[in-house]
Structures are given as structure tokens and as C-alpha cells.
Design a protein around this ligand. Structure first.
Ligand code: TPP
Ligand code: MG
Length: 560
């Protein structure tokens, strides 16, 4: 029989039809009916996280590893706003989240009622779809409308590309003790997957451009591992006219690529010798600021951006062709295009080799600093780890090392916030069930310390906090050091201890402050089986800042 909670019963059933089974719930009263529906249905795996900001990043980490949507459920009011940072990150990182927010009946907005704010379209352009379920369900058309809106939202979370969607659910009383069945037919609309390729005539035109470009550069942005893309890039990278540039977060690894872009750009003598005639880009955000500057200056004659949803994005101010095809479908077409005789790839290989050699020479004599700590971690970590890289310097340091040291790299580079790396790593470790290491800075760690306020904290999670007493990034980049305000207003210098805080949350904690103590504790830290473990590594901010600058100077000047 139809009743006023039929709408949310159908929500749960439609989620199961789309195989969305993980639900992260934050406690509240207005969402009690949603809690009852998900909590009583064994088909769902539910998780409780109190802090909504952390809950949303936790769900993001899970969805990232599951490669499927994860749902969030919270009460009305500011709880909803606390989802916003993770929703924005999920939007730009293309991670599917189904954000389900309980709301008061519309007539109570702005009437002095508690926990009542304007929730419609609250996430603005940072969701792929936003729907408001009907408040009253009393006739079949209400239910058809309800089911249709839910189908549209769930489909938009997964196609054509992944992303967050918002389902706002106005709920009147009673909030408890309602019937858990209606036995009515569910109206389910499924999106049929389509396969896109460029029209034949267009492909012929692209081929002509390809044939006339002896210097082709393929640049991959942030991506989950994709075997089809990786295989294709491996073949293209063997050609003399093609260079493949990747980042740690591209998750495409091969010694034939330019994997350490900043390192190679730093050793370049005459940039114009390396400019491409044809640039092909795909994937999400790119970490390297240097490559952005390099390509904007290079202004390649032709730039193809390959993306199903945002192909018109013109990051390098040189876009000539927006190719709205998924990279996994488009890149293999390039293998059919002919090889062109060229020295382009050889030139980049020389550059990469020179960068690698100077990198190794510098590090062999570098003092204890964030860069040296990174090298130690990379050299000592067993290669089976999934690595989560915090913003800001951890993700940048990682780009300076060849990437074979872990299985997979993730980082919140969608919007590069320091507000959710820890919670994301907790969700990722829980969902992947694989050894997971988060490498984070101290400010990012303290910012998201509620990530540890999570009863699901898994024992396969290891956290390294590189504590340089503040925001070391502001010593890395030019500008803040000349402001006279570096310590107080940029670096936010502090004396806090990550070990003290993490101990309060029950983590197994370790500390290192030099190569000897690092060697002594590192394996014990990794071998902790009973609970999540944290290793705090201390460094001096001045030394770390100086070392990274000397490193780039050394690369630029070379040995001769
Ligand atoms: C939510 C948010 N607030 C502020 C910033 C600006 N910001 C970028 S990096 C950074 C400092 C990070 O410090 P830490 O985590 O210690 O890393 P380190 O730079 O020392 O490696 C800040 C404040 C941001 N990216 N996100
Ligand atoms: Mg720091």
C-alpha cells in the first residue's frame, strides 16, 4: 500500500538495482527514516561516521577504490554543508557519491524551526545532478515522479562519467515506526551504455594532422589504473615521434615514459627544442605547474583534448580539437596511425636520463630533509602498497621519483584541499582491504584529524606524517619567504605532536627524527597487524625548504 515513506523505500531498492550497496551514515533525527531503511536491510553495508566532513571524504575514499558509487546519509541543516568539500573534490576527481540529505518539509524553511536551512541545489555546480524528492506521496503519480528523479540522479552519478549527485529528501513526521514495505512496483530507468568513436571523415582529418607532426606529446592527467590505456601508451611510447608524459597520479607506469616531469623540465637547457607540434591530453588534473607553464609558452599548433564530458577544457590555452570520446576508446585508434621519422623521443629520453642521474647524485649527499625522507620511504617501502598522497608537498615530492615503488597512487587533486586526505585514506584502506599508506603533511593531518574518529579504522592503514612544523609548501614556492610574514601567516608554525593526537584515537604510534631512528622503527610500524599505525617523522622546516631549492638549482646547473 502506498504511504508517505514509500519514496525512501523505493530509493533503497533503486540503489540496489544499480548495485550501490555501501552507505555511510551520520547520526541525526530528521534522517531517522533513512537510517531505518538502510540499517534494517541486510543488502546494504552501512558505516557510521559522526563528523559529516570526514564521513564524506571517507565515502570518497571508498568509492575511489571500489570504482562504484557510495551513498552518504545525513540529517538536515549544517550537516549537509559539511559534505561540501568532499562533494567538490568528488566532482573534479570524478568519483561517484550519492549524497542523500534529509530535509524538513519545505513550509518550515525560514520559520524559526531548528536545523532548517536552504538545502535545494546546495552544492551548486559541483554535482552532476540535484533532485528534490516529492514531500507527499499519496498517489501513484507521486511515486512515479519519485522513482524517476531517483533513477535520473543515480544514472548521473555513473554516466557518462562518474561524479557526485544530490538527492534531497523532505521528511515529515512520523520519523519512527512506519511500515517498512509498500509492495508496489519500482519504476526503474536504466541508462544504456554507448560507445562513441569519431566519424570516419573526422578521423581521416586527424590522421593527416598526425602524419604532419614529427613531435607528438601525450600528457596524462590524474586517473585510476586502466590497463587498456596503459597498453596503448606502452606501444605509442616506443615510437620515435611520440613522447608520453605521466605523473604519479596518472597511474600509468613505464620506464619509457617521462614520469618525472618537473625533474626533466628542470634540466632542460633550451625549452623550445622540446616543444611539441601536436599535444594530446586526457585524464584529470595535472600536478606539475612547470608543465603547464611550459606548454602555455610552447603554444603547440594543434592540441587534442580527449574527454567524454569536458573535452573543451583549454588548460594550455592551445586547444584546437575537443574530442568527446573516452580516452580508452580513442587512444587505441592512434595505434593505427603511421609512425613518423623523428628524433623527438630520443631527445626526451636523453633529458630524462640526465635528470635521473643528477637526482641520484644530489640525493646521495642530501641532508635530513623532507626530500631525503621521501627517498628513504620510497626505497624502504615494500612495493605492494596503495599510496595516498596528501596535499601539498607530499604529492609534489612523489613526482620527483620514478613511480615503480607502489601499486597505485591517489591524491585529492580534484581541488587540492588539505581538509580530507586522512578521511579519504581511511575509506580507501577499508574498501580496498589492501596495504594502504597515507603520506601527509602535518597541517593536513591535524586539519582532518577527525578522520581517526572512525570506528571502522582498518588495521591495513598506515599513516606517515612528515612533521616539518607547518606548511612547508610555503618555503617550496617563491613569494611567501619574501613577505616577512612567512612563519605566522603562511607556514602557521606550531609545535604539535601527531603521535600525541593519534595515541588518543588508539593508533599504534612511532616516531623518527633521523636516518637511524627511521631504520629502527620503519618495519615495526609497517608490521603492526592489530590496528592502524602512525609514524611521525620530524624535519626542520628551514633545512627542508633549502634542500628542495638546492635540488632544483643543482638540476638546472648540472654537473658541468
Ligand atoms: C582546505 C584548504 N585550506 C588551505 C589550503 C592552502 N594550503 C595548501 S598547502 C597548505 C599547507 C599544508 O601544510 P602541510 O600539510 O604541513 O604540508 P607541507 O606543505 O608541510 O608538506 C595550505 C594551508 C588548502 N589547500 N586547502
Ligand atoms: Mg608541514
Amino acid at each position: 500500500m502506498i504511504h508517505d515513506k514509500s519514496g525512501i523505500l523505493h530509493l533503497a531498492q533503486l540503489m540496489l538495482r544499480r548495485n550501490i550497496r555501501h552507505v555511510v551514515i551520520s547520526p541525526g533525527s530528521r534522517n531517522a527514516p533513512l537510517v531505518a531503511v538502510f540499517g534494517n536491510d541486510k543488502a546494504f553495508e552501512t558505516f557510521t561516521v559522526v563528523d559529516e566532513r570526514s564521513a564524506a571524504f571517507f565515502a570518497l575514499g571508498m568509492a575511489q577504490q571500489l570504482n562504484n558509487a557510495v551513498a552518504l546519509v545525513c540529517t538536515s541543516g549544517t550537516a549537509v554543508l559539511n559534505y561540501a568539500p568532499a562533494v567538490a573534490e568528488a566532482y573534479y576527481q570524478r568519483i561517484p557519491l550519492v549524497v542523500i540529505t534529509a530535509d524538513r518539509p519545505a513550509e518550515w524553511i525560514d520559520q524559526g524551526d531548528g536545523q532548517t536551512i536552504h538545502q535545494l541545489n546546495i552544492f551548486g555546480p559541483h554535482v552532476r545532478k540535484s533532485v528534490n524528492l516529492p514531500q507527499t506521496i499519496s498517489k501513484p503519480d507521486d511515486l512515479w515522479y519519485n522513482d524517476r528523479l531517483i533513477s535520473e540522479a543515480l544514472n548521473a552519478a555513473l554516466e557518462p562519467v562518474h561524479g557526485p549527485v544530490h538527492i534531497n529528501v523532505p521528511l515529515g513526521e512520523p520519523l519512527y515506526g512506519f511500515s517498512m514495505q509498500d509492495n508496489l512496483k519500482i519504476h526503474y530507468i536504466s541508462d544504456v551504455e554507448v560507445f562513441r568513436v569519431p566519424a570516419k571523415a573526422q578521423l581521416t582529418k586527424l590522421k593527416t594532422v598526425w602524419e604532419n607532426a614529427p613531435r607528438k606529446m601525450i600528457l596524462a592527467g590524474q586517473m585510476s589504473p586502466d590497463i587498456k590505456i596503459q597498453d596503448c601508451l606502452n606501444k605509442l611510447a616506443q615510437r620515435p615521434d611520440v613522447v608520453v608524459l605521466t605523473e604519479t597520479t596518472s597511474n600509468c607506469f613505464n620506464s619509457g615514459y617521462t614520469e618525472c616531469i618537473d625533474r626533466s623540465l628542470a634540466v632542460m637547457q633550451e625549452a623550445s627544442d622540446y616543444y611539441p607540434d601536436l599535444l594530446i591530453t586526457f585524464g584529470g588534473p595535472v600536478v606539475s605547474k612547470r608543465i603547464k607553464a611550459f606548454l602555455r609558452k610552447a603554444a603547440p599548433a594543434v592540441h587534442w583534448n580527449v574527454d567524454l564530458a569536458d573535452s573543451r577544457m583549454d588548460t594550455y590555452q592551445s586547444l584546437t580539437h575537443a574530442i568527446a570520446v573516452s580516452p580508452a576508446d580513442f587512444l587505441p585508434l592512434l595505434e593505427l596511425f603511421p609512425m613518423v621519422s623523428s628524433h623527438y623521443s630520443a631527445k626526451w629520453s636523453e633529458l630524462n636520463a640526465r635528470g635521473k642521474q643528477l637526482h641520484e647524485t644530489f640525493l646521495s649527499q642530501a641532508s635530513w630533509s623532507d626530500l631525503k625522507i621521501f627517498e628513504l620511504i620510497i626505497k624502504t617501502l615494500p612495493s605492494e602498497y596503495l599510496v595516498q598522497l596528501g596535499n601539498s608537498t607530499p604529492v609534489r615530492y612523489a613526482q620527483l621519483f620514478d613511480s615503480g615503488w607502489a601499486v597505485r597512487f591517489d591524491s585529492n587533486r580534484g581541488t587540492s584541499g588539505i581538509d580530507g586526505s586522512l578521511s579519504t585514506a581511511v575509506g580507501a584502506a577499508l574498501a580496498s582491504k589492501k596495504p594502504t599508506l597515507l603520506i601527509t603533511g602535518d597541517l593536513s593531518f591535524f586539519y582532518d584529524s577527525n578522520g581517526m574518529w572512525n570506528k571502522h579504522l582498518p588495521a591495513n592503514l598506515k599513516i606517515i606524517v612528515i612533521n616539518n612544523g607547518g606548511g612547508g609548501i610555503f618555503r617550496f614556492i617563491e613569494g611567501p619567504d619574501q613577505s616577512g610574514l612567512l612563519q605566522d601567516f603562511f607556514e602557521a608554525r606550531h609545535q604539535n605532536s601527531a603521535v600525541n593526537l593519534a595515541s588518543a584515537f588508539g593508533l599504534s604510534c612511532f616516531n623518527a627524527e633521523d636516518p637511524e631512528s627511521f631504520k629502527m622503527v620503519f618495519n615495526t610500524f609497517l608490521e603492526e597487524k592489530n590496528c592502524a599505525a602512525l609514524l611521525e617523522i620530524n624535519s626542520l622546516p628551514e633545512v627542508s625548504g633549502q634542500t628542495i631549492r638546492q635540488y632544483f638549482d643543482f638540476l638546472r646547473k648540472g654537473l658541468d
